[in-house]
Design a protein around this ligand. Structure first.
Ligand code: FPP
Length: 244
């Protein structure tokens, strides 16, 4: 796929709100690597590095929550070597980045199932969450071993376990049982890599999100690309099912 020209001169629309919460489907790592004659793993490494660049720009823009789709419940079906490498990358990122994320006021959250994840990695994730829980500059919510349908299944199981009476089940109650409990719903979902699918990402939460898709591969999605997506969002009219 031809990659578009990148333009650093993208500015936001003045006097229009920026999204509070952005979700990103970080697609195109493999194709980014292939285009450079590199192995797919190099694409995932470049994609991991890119999270920091986009997170820093999100802080500058005043965005309060960034949810990144790092590993879906379906991604276990990828070749074993690739799955192993992605697990290693996540664990290494926690080791290498946690001090700086914490020092910069980033709160880490996790959305996804812990069951099935290597016990040491589970411990590392819990530690990262615990250590950063009082930070409030931005929330980096990592969707890891995440599936939107699995999340709803888990929520329903917990609601039943808690013996919630049926008449008390409403949208707010369901939201409070999701992995994202307490977070605002995403205002904007960005998908890089040129495809137009939600891929089981924030299935419940994205009901009224604006959607932005770009052909740019995730490792190339830089500060200007984020500003471009936010500027497009600012130009949209959100009606939430109402008339203007
Ligand atoms: C999609 O690219 C990307 C993924 C399945 C994984 C994204 C994961 C990271 C960027 C690393 C996450 C790390 C941390 C620390 C949160 P693809 O492999 O589907 O690309 P392709 O469509 O070009 O093959």
């Amino acid at each position: 796929m031809t990659q578009p020209q990148q333009n650093p001169e993208v500015s936001l629309v003045p006097d229009r709100p920026v999204p509070q919460h952005i979700g990103i489907i970080m697609d195109g790592n493999g194709r980014w690597a292939k285009a450079r004659g590199l192995p797919r793993q190099a694409g995932h490494r470049a994609g991991t590095k890119n999270i920091r660049r986009v997170l820093e720009e999100a802080v500058r823009l005043g965005i309060k929550v960034l949810t990144v789709y790092a590993f879906s419940t379906e991604n276990w079906g990828r070749p074993q070597e690739e799955v192993k490498h992605l697990m290693w990358l996540i664990s290494k990122s926690i080791q290498d980045e946690l001090d700086e994320l914490d020092a910069n006021g980033v709160q880490i959250r996790h959305s996804g199932r812990m069951a099935g994840v290597n016990p040491q990695l589970q411990k590392d994730i819990r530690w990262a969450i615990e250590r950063t829980r009082h930070n409030d500059r931005i929330i980096l919510n990592v969707a890891f071993n995440y599936g939107g349908r699995a999340e709803i299944v888990d929520a329903v199981r917990h609601i039943i376990e808690d013996q919630v009476p049926p008449e008390e089940v409403d949208e707010a109650l369901i939201s409070s049982y999701l992995y994202t409990a307490g977070l605002p719903d995403p205002d904007l979902i960005i998908r890089t890599g040129g495809e137009y699918r939600l891929s089981n990402f924030l299935t419940w939460q994205a009901a009224y999100a604006e959607y932005y898709a770009t052909p740019v591969f995730w490792p190339d999605f830089d500060e200007a690309e984020l500003r471009r997506a936010v500027a497009v969002y600012q130009g949209r009219e959100r009606r939430f099912g109402l008339v203007k």
